[in-house]
Design a protein around this ligand. Structure first.
Ligand SMILES: Cc1cc2nc3c(=O)[nH]c(=O)nc-3n(C[C@H](O)[C@H](O)[C@H](O)COP(=O)(O)O)c2cc1C
Length: 152
């Protein structure tokens, strides 16, 4: 596996930091190059992603409790639009959610919603920028899920 594509959005930089550190880890440990697509930098432009990719998505829900209300999401919608466009979702082998556990039931809720909406699995989550332990733990899950996706 020479390279792996990661599609993400990051508004305050946490997810971007995670993807950068994940990329460095996979390069030095597995010699895998990560191709990063930061949807925030695309200005709503979309294009087909022809290879399998991982999505990483933070959570920005407005109010509510995540159970019977409070699942209104605006800020990260460009990632959903990008994944929906050109049937890109068919090449997404999994999504990782990021968020903050202080939000209780709303923790990483948007990634869970994407998993249901598009039919790809949610393969993990992390808080804020993620720790080194998160990077190592999630790298193993990412590689395993990617392998299974290719063999399906
Ligand atoms: C206005 C606002 C709303 C948020 N809502 C949620 C939420 O509903 N659930 C959650 O898990 N995290 C929530 N968070 C935490 C963010 O998902 C978290 O800070 C994340 O790391 C931001 O990623 P980014 O820096 O890449 O944009 C919220 C943060 C802000 C500023």
């Amino acid at each position: 596996m020479p390279h792996l594509t990661v599609v993400f959005i990051s508004l305050s930089g946490n997810t971007k930091s995670f993807v950068k550190r994940l990329s460095e880890y996979l390069k030095s440990n597995q010699d895998i190059d990560i191709h990063q697509i930061n949807v925030k930098e695309l200005n709503h432009e979309t294009f087909p992603v022809k290879e399998p990719f991982l999505a990483v998505l933070p959570t920005y829900l407005e109010g509510g409790n995540g159970i019977d209300d409070g699942d209104v999401e605006i800020l990260t919608n460009p990632l959903g639009d990008f994944i929906a466009a050109h049937d890109n979702y068919k090449n997404c082998f999994g999504i990782i959610g990021s968020g903050n556990r202080n939000f209780n039931h709303q923790y990483c809720l948007t990634a869970k919603q994407y998993s249901k909406r598009f039919g790809f699995p949610m393969i993990g989550d992390f808080e804020l920028r993620g720790t080194q332990a998160d990077i190592e733990r999630l790298s193993a899950v990412i590689l395993e899920t990617y392998k299974n996706f290719l063999e399906r």
